[in-house]
Design a protein around this ligand. Structure first.
Ligand code: XMP
Ligand code: MG
Length: 176
């Protein structure tokens, strides 16, 4: 059934069952790739909180989790917009970092934030994203784990919002 959020109508796109199956598949791959490594999962708020929770529950390797918020501010004309992390208290040095995002759209957010992670000298950095929109990508960002590649249309549900609403929908909906 379609859902209306504020002024827009969205139609069912990916069911809760399909999501759960795919997220579990990613968890299985992550368990194999991180055996014995005790990764630090870093979820990017707000959008990733449901994906991060489901993915994390699927992990059987020893793993830690923490969440950060990204804030974007105007840098100099040469640096453009700068994205900085709020709430990053963990020491990342020599840790295996798994960044968890809700969606990679243009790739701008992650590409401006990743240097900040690398500057802290982690042992490795990988990216898990719930969604990516390959047609929208403008920056060089590579997701190591991606649940679904989708068309270049706005989606809500499973943590993703339209103007703050729709995050609680258990399935994914796409703009009609
Ligand atoms: P970039 O372009 O930096 O964008 O990769 C990433 C951020 O943009 C938001 N975004 C969306 N949010 N439905 C949403 O609810 C979408 O279809 C969508 N596309 C991009 C999102 O906050 C993400 O972190
Ligand atoms: Mg959003």
């Amino acid at each position: 059934m379609d859902v209306q959020i504020i002024d827009k109508v969205f139609r069912p796109f990916i069911s809760a069952e399909q999501i759960s199956e795919k997220v579990q598949e990613l968890a299985v791959r992550i368990n194999a790739d991180y055996a014995g490594k005790r990764p630090l999962v870093i979820g990017i708020l707000n959008g990733s909180f449901i994906f991060a929770a489901d993915l994390f529950r699927g992990l059987t390797v020893d793993a830690e989790i923490s969440f950060i918020k990204l804030a974007s501010y105007k840098g100099t004309s040469s640096t453009g917009n700068v994205v900085t992390a709020i709430g990053m208290e963990e020491n990342l040095k020599d840790r295996h970092i798994l960044i968890v995002e809700d969606i990679i759209d243009t790739g701008k957010t992650l590409s401006s934030f990743l240097p900040e992670i690398h500057a802290r000298q982690p042992a490795s950095v990988k990216i898990a994203t719930f969604l990516s929109k390959p047609e929208a990508l403008q920056h060089e960002v590579h997701a190591d784990y991606c649940a679904f590649e989708i068309e270049n249309k706005f989606v809500v549900g499973y943590g993703l919002d339209y103007d703050g609403l729709g995050r609680n929908l258990p399935a994914l909906y796409i703009l009609k």
